[in-house]
Design a protein around this ligand. Structure first.
Ligand code: NAD
Length: 473
C-alpha cells in the first residue's frame, strides 16, 4: 500500500486521502492519494509559474536532454511501475508493459524534436516559438502514463512548466512519476495535484494557467471548455470516441489480421478511446469475420491482470460494468455472443469483470452502436457498398478515428479521405497501429487540437513575431 503526497515545487503537502481500489479486487485498497483543495491547486500553479521563467529561458536542446533523463526513470524500475499500473487500472501485465514502453518512447521521440523551436526569418521579422507559461495537463484513468506522455514532454520541451491532474480512479503511478520527475528537474517545473472533478475545475479556471491540455470524456470536455472561456485559455480537448472499423470484401481475413482486429476492440477490456467500437463488415464476408472473431475471442482468459495467464482484465468500476451490461440489455432481438472464460470463478464474481462479447443482428440505432460503450462489447453490422459503409461510419457525433481493412490500399485511401475523423488506420486500428510521429486528435464530439509529433510540440508554443521598423509604401 502506498500513500503519496501532492507534488508541489520540491515540497510536500498533506491533504485528505483518496482511497484507490483495485478493480480486480475491489475490497483491496492499492494506496492513497491526496485530495487537492483550491489552496493546494493555487500553490501548485504558483510554483509552476515561479519556475516558468528559468525553464523557458533554457535552450531547447537543454530541455531535450532533461526529457531523456526523464525517460530513463521509467525504463529503470519496469516491474515496479507495471505492478502499480496493473493494480490501479486493472489492465494486464502485457498491456502495462506496452504502456510503459510507449511512455518512454514518447519522451525520447519528443526530445528528438528540439529543432522544432527554431526561429523563422522573414525579410524584416523573425518569429519565435514562445512558451505559454503554466500548462495544466489533465489525464483520464485508462492510460495514465502514456496519455500524460502525449502532453508533458511536449509542454516541457516547448519551455512550459506543468501542473498535472490525474484521475481519482488511477492517480498513483502518475503521482509517483511526477514526484520522481520533480526531483530530477528544477523545483517547480513539474507539479501534480490529485483529486476529483473539483480539483480539475480549480486548475482549469486558474488565471495563471496559460494553456490547457485535457483528455477525458466528452461531457467533461464541455465543462472544461466553459471553465477556460473566462480567461480565454487556449486548450486541446482529446475526448471520447465511437470508432468504426470497415472490413471490405477484399480484406485479408487470415488469422493474424483477425487477431489484430480483435485486439483493436478488446485490448484493456475495450477501455481505449480509439478502440474499435463499431464493426461494419461487407455482407459477403460477414459470417466469415464473425466466426473468425469468435474463434479468437474464445481463447480469452478474463482475470486479475497480475496473473500471467489473464489476457483480459476487469473494467474500472462497478458503475462501468453495470453501464455496459445495461447497454447489452437494450439490444432487443440481437444476439449477444459471450465468449472466453473466467480464469477463476470466485475472482470473476468479486471483481468488475465481464466476458468479451460480440453482438450480431443489431441495428444502427441501438444505444450500443450510437453510444461510446467503453467496454468489451462489440456490435457487428453488415453493409453492401462502400458508400453505405462510409455513411454508417459517419452516423455518430464522434470523430476520433476509424479504420479500413482492405487489400486494395488505393481504394482504402480514397475512402479514408471521406471519413470525418482525426486518424484513419489502414489494416490496423488503435494504440498498436498508431504512428506517434504523426498528429493525433479528434473532430466534433471527440474534441479539437492535436497532440504528438512536431504539431504536438508546437501546440504548446505561441508564435511571437519581432519586426524591425522599415518605411513601407
Ligand atoms: P473523465 O472525463 O471522467 O475524467 C477525465 C479527467 O478530468 C479526470 O482527471 C477527472 O478528474 C477530470 N475532471 C472531471 N471533471 C472535471 C472538471 N469539471 N474540470 C476539470 N477536470 C475534470 O474521463 P475518464 O472516465 O477518466 O476517461 C474515459 C474517457 O476519456 C472516455 O470517454 C475516453 O474515450 C476518453 N479518452 C479520450 C482519449 C483521447 O485521446 N481522445 C484518450 C483516453 C480516454
Amino acid at each position: 500500500m502506498i500513500d503519496l503526497p501532492l507534488v508541489i515545487g520540491d515540497g510536500r503537502r498533506p491533504a485528505a486521502g483518496l482511497a484507490v481500489r483495485n478493480p480486480a479486487r475491489p475490497a483491496e485498497v492499492v494506496g492513497y492519494a491526496p485530495v487537492a483543495g483550491p489552496g493546494d491547486v493555487d500553490a501548485a500553479v504558483r510554483s509552476a509559474h515561479a519556475a516558468a521563467g528559468g525553464w523557458g529561458a533554457l535552450p531547447w536542446e537543454g530541455r531535450a536532454a532533461r526529457l531523456r533523463d526523464a525517460a530513463d526513470l521509467l525504463a529503470a524500475d519496469q516491474a515496479e511501475w507495471s505492478r502499480l499500473l496493473v493494480r490501479e487500472t486493472g489492465k494486464t501485465h502485457a498491456e502495462a508493459a506496452m504502456e510503459l514502453a510507449r511512455t518512454t518512447r514518447r519522451f525520447r521521440q519528443t526530445a528528438d524534436l528540439a529543432d522544432a523551436g527554431a526561429d523563422v526569418g522573414y525579410p524584416d521579422s523573425i518569429t519565435l516559438r514562445a512558451p505559454y507559461g503554466v500548462a495544466a495537463l489533465i489525464v483520464p484513468w485508462n492510460w495514465p502514463l502514456s496519455i500524460l506522455a502525449a502532453k508533458l514532454p511536449q509542454a516541457l520541451l516547448a519551455g512550459n512548466t506543468a501542473v498535472i491532474k490525474p484521475s481519482p480512479l488511477a492517480p498513483l503511478t502518475t503521482l509517483l512519476f511526477a514526484q520522481r520527475l520533480a526531483t530530477l528537474l528544477t523545483p517547480g517545473v513539474v507539479n501534480a495535484v490529485s483529486g476529483a472533478a473539483e480539483t480539475g475545475a480549480d486548475l482549469v479556471g486558474h488565471p495563471l494557467v496559460g494553456r490547457i491540455d485535457f483528455t477525458g470524456s466528452t461531457a467533461t470536455g464541455r465543462l472544461v471548455a466553459a471553465l477556460a472561456a473566462p480567461h480565454l485559455t487556449p486548450l486541446t480537448l482529446e475526448l471520447g470516441g465511437n470508432d468504426a472499423a470497415i472490413v471490405r470484401s477484399d480484406a485479408d481475413l487470415g488469422e493474424p489480421a483477425l487477431r489484430r482486429l480483435a485486439r483493436a476492440a478488446y485490448a484493456a477490456a475495450g477501455q481505449v478511446c480509439m478502440a474499435v467500437k463499431r464493426l461494419y463488415v461487407h455482407r459477403s464476408v460477414y459470417r466469415e469475420v464473425v466466426d473468425g472473431l469468435r474463434d479468437v475471442l474464445a481463447e480469452t482468459v478474463v482475470g486479475d491482470g497480475l496473473a500471467p495467464d489473464s489476457t483480459m482484465g476487469p473494467v474500472i468500476t462497478a458503475a462501468a460494468r453495470d453501464r455496459i451490461t445495461g447497454l447489452l440489455g437494450t439490444v432487443g432481438d440481437a444476439t449477444v455472443h459471450r465468449l472466453g472464460r473466467a480464469r477463476d470463478r470466485a475472482e470473476f464474481d468479486r471483481g468488475h469483470f465481464l466476458l468479451p462479447s460480440l453482438v450480431t443482428g443489431i441495428g444502427q440505432d441501438a444505444p450500443l452502436v450510437q453510444q461510446e460503450q467503453f467496454g468489451p462489447a462489440l456490435p457487428v453490422l453488415p453493409f453492401d457498398t462502400d458508400d453505405e459503409a462510409v455513411a454508417l461510419a459517419g452516423d455518430t457525433r464522434y470523430g476520433l478515428s476509424a479504420s479500413i481493412w482492405s487489400t486494395d490500399l488505393d481504394r482504402a485511401a480514397v475512402l479514408a479521405r471521406r471519413l470525418r475523423v482525426g486518424t484513419v488506420y489502414l489494416n490496423g486500428h488503435g494504440p498498436a497501429a498508431q504512428d506517434d510521429h504523426a498528429p493525433f486528435g479528434g473532430t466534433r464530439d471527440s474534441g479539437y487540437g492535436r497532440q504528438l509529433g512536431r504539431t504536438g510540440v508546437l501546440g504548446f508554443t505561441a508564435e511571437q513575431t519581432i519586426t524591425t521598423w522599415k518605411d513601407r509604401p
